[in-house]
Design a protein around this ligand. Structure first.
Ligand SMILES: *Cc1c(COP(=O)(O)O)cnc(C)c1O
Length: 466
């Protein structure tokens, strides 16, 4: 008798969880035979299950090598396409600080050659501290967006006078009056384009920038260097990234005639991230199209190829951090698209606030038991006492291993590196996750998990609680 071959083939769990895919930014991730989620930095391997068992949960893990690789690739694309197409302008990447101001993000980006874009006096103050500490050289350029308070303008002037290469971007009439009269350095100006991009941002209520018509009526400004627009965040199609460039270039060509030193187009941020791990546009294809378009329009108009500034923040930093939670309880869902609530040891509302604010969708993968067929459709509940503290994948469901008695079940939320930290809050006085840095094969603690005492202090409970 012939033995029956087992027809139970091992499932490809890496593929099942959409790991190892360049276009999803998961090329560094894999699942071991034991079903544990791992990350590979070159030949180093980080076992996330071991790490979270050792350091506890909830925890965020930052991967500086991912940041560095992403920025390096982006700069390479633009520089290569400029060279191939004979483009004469220069490429500058400015990192928009508001996307993530953590030191563990900023320092690797500066080391890869990022320039900075700041949106407030306090962000600029961090740049000042770095400058004074000689943490970067004088080639680093700083763009200043956001409403210009007196303190902000004061600091801009101070740093300009100290020799920092800094450009305030004028966003309205009020700033124009303030800066035009007294400020002697280079300035930029922001246009509020008519184009609507495919993003969460409702352009009808955009309040930043001048209309094209207003800009064309400005008197000659010898110190006008840069035309800037920023059209939204997490733009969903490559067409929406590229189309506004044409509109901005039409304006640029007209403005150059009046303002002879204008030489830079700053296309702001907005490049998206495939959070949902579905097909998405990519930076290589888009950067080629951008350079082609800029060259074509400026050649046809007979103007010099403008220098190009890109401020894509989310694109660079979102995939460089994950957030890991443990599941602390299960509750049945009587009626819904999922079978159970899994209650987590942290909070979507606090730690991943965009879940609540803009219904952000996340890619979620078990950290252990990721190679089991015993899966369940669940919704995730944060452990604040707020019914809005939940993640249901938009009313759909999340697949998770069935819970086993006496065993922790951890899971990772991917792409948590953009915006979530500065928006994080303390609803119900829950502690923020710990923050770990995984670099060169070692784990460092960047921020310990908050204690009751340290959170209490934020609310004025100092010491003896009287
Ligand atoms: C927020 C912001 C950015 C970054 O946007 P992303 O969508 O993260 O790329 C860039 N420039 C300006 C002016 C911004 O306000």
């Amino acid at each position: 008798m012939v033995k029956k071959k087992s027809n139970k083939r091992r499932k490809n769990w890496k593929k099942f969880w959409k790991l190892g895919v360049d276009e999803f930014n998961t090329q560094y991730f894999d699942v071991t035979k034991e079903g544990e989620l791992i990350v590979q930095e070159g030949n180093y391997v980080y076992n996330l299950n071991d790490i979270v068992k050792k350091y506890g949960s909830p925890t965020e893990i930052v991967f500086p090598f991912i940041l560095e690789e992403r920025l390096e690739d982006l700069q390479d694309y633009f520089q290569a396409f400029m060279k191939i197409q004979g483009y004469k302008g220069k490429f500058y990447y400015h990192y928009p600080m508001k996307v993530n101001q953590n030191k563990e993000f900023i320092m690797p980006l500066i080391s890869e050659g990022a320039h900075m874009e700041v949106g407030s006096v306090n962000e600029l103050w961090i740049v000042k501290k770095l400058w004074e500490g000689e943490k970067f050289n004088s080639k680093l350029r700083v763009l200043c967006n956001g409403p210009k308070t007196d303190a902000y303008i004061g600091l801009i002037e101070e740093l300009k006078n100290k020799g920092l290469s800094i450009i305030p971007v004028i966003e309205d009439e009020h700033e124009l009056n303030k800066l035009h009269k007294t400020y002697k350095g280079d300035v930029g100006i922001r246009v509020n384009l008519d184009t609507k991009a495919d993003t969460h941002w409702d352009k009808k209520i955009d309040r930043f920038g001048f209309t094209a018509k207003e800009l064309l009526e400005l008197p000659k400004m010898k110190n006008l260097k840069l035309l800037h627009y920023h059209i939204g965040s997490q733009i969903m199609t490559s067409g929406s990234v590229i189309k506004p460039i044409g509109e901005a270039m039409d304006l640029y060509i007209k403005l150059v005639k009046t303002h002879p030193n204008l030489d830079t187009l700053d296309i702001g941020g907005g490049f998206g991230v495939p959070y949902e791990k579905k097909p998405f546009y990519n930076a290589k294809e888009v950067s080629e199209k951008i350079i082609r378009l800029l060259k074509k329009i400026s050649d046809e108009a007979g103007v010099r190829h403008p220098n190009l500034v890109v401020e894509w923040g989310r694109y660079i930093v979102a995939p460089a951090q994950i957030t890991i939670y443990n599941i602390i309880a299960e509750k049945p869902i009587p009626k819904g698209n999922a079978k159970s609530w899994y209650v987590i040891d942290g909070s979507f509302m606090n730690d991943l606030l965009d879940t609540w604010a803009i219904h952000q969708k996340w890619h979620i993968v078990p950290v252990n038991n990721a190679s089991t067929n015993a899966l369940k459709s669940v919704w995730l509940a944060g452990s604040s006492c707020d019914s809005d503290d939940k993640y249901t994948a938009g009313g759909n469901y999340i697949l998770m291993p069935k819970l086993k008695d006496g065993e922790n079940q951890y899971f990772a939320v991917f792409d948590s590196g953009a915006y979530q930290d500065a928006l994080a809050s303390h609803h119900c006085l829950l502690s923020s996750p710990a923050k770990l840095i995984a670099q060169d094969g070692t784990i460092k603690i960047a921020r310990k998990r908050e204690t009751a005492d340290s959170i209490g202090k934020l609310f004025g409970w100092n010491g003896d609680h009287r």
